[in-house]
Design a protein around this ligand. Sequence first.
Ligand SMILES: [Zn+2]
Length: 259
Amino acid sequence: MSIKEKAVIINKLEDARAALEEAIENSTKILAFTGAGISTESGVPDFRSKDSPWVRYKPIEFDLFMRDILMREEAWRRKFALDDIYASAKPGRGHYALANLVQQGKIIAIVTQNIDNLHQDSGVPDEKIIELHGNGTYALCLSCGLRHELLPIRAEFEASGAAPACKACGGPVKSATISFGQTMPEVAMRRAQNAVADCDLFLAIGSSLVVYPAAAFPLAAQQYGAKLIILNGEETPLDNSADIVLRGDIGDILLPFAA
Ligand SMILES: [Zn+2]
């Protein structure tokens, strides 16, 4: 049995900021991996929390969406109900910090589990953002891939009650998110794997690092030689593998990097 050194766990705000500043200074190719925790201060509740609207408006599994027209309509009803809750969400301190580091050329990619478009809203160009679970601010035809905007879809849905069909091919149109039971997006996964192999610092922010691929990417990056820093409000199962764990409020810790 090998003896593993324990990660350094930093709870004090000033120390966390100092450690992060040093790590960022010593890195040239940072991969920022973000989860729900970076968006909670923006008013997007973590879908894992028990009072989350996701419990009330439980997402419909992909299978059901595809084969049951009534469930497809229900999926759209829930989607629009959730959209109303998140409508006022704006990027937070963490988003702006990462946008700033992208602009400085420090961050090679932001790989996100979030679907809220807040990295884009904070000014990060699309080519730096890799969305593992898609994006909830537009829709796609599942047959031909044509992009559809939500506003006209919603107007038609509210008028007719019928789930939207593609205006080009008539195929089923779905929110551009990855539903439970839907395969991971191939292009995004490939881009993420390349960034994992390429980065010299893997900075995991606000992710519980439980589900695949969130649980696998940090360790893979380490095997390629990157440092691993985990910034999160709570413990994660990978804390013991990290080089440094920063435990605290994500916005507070990242605030100085937004300037
Ligand atoms: Zn189509």
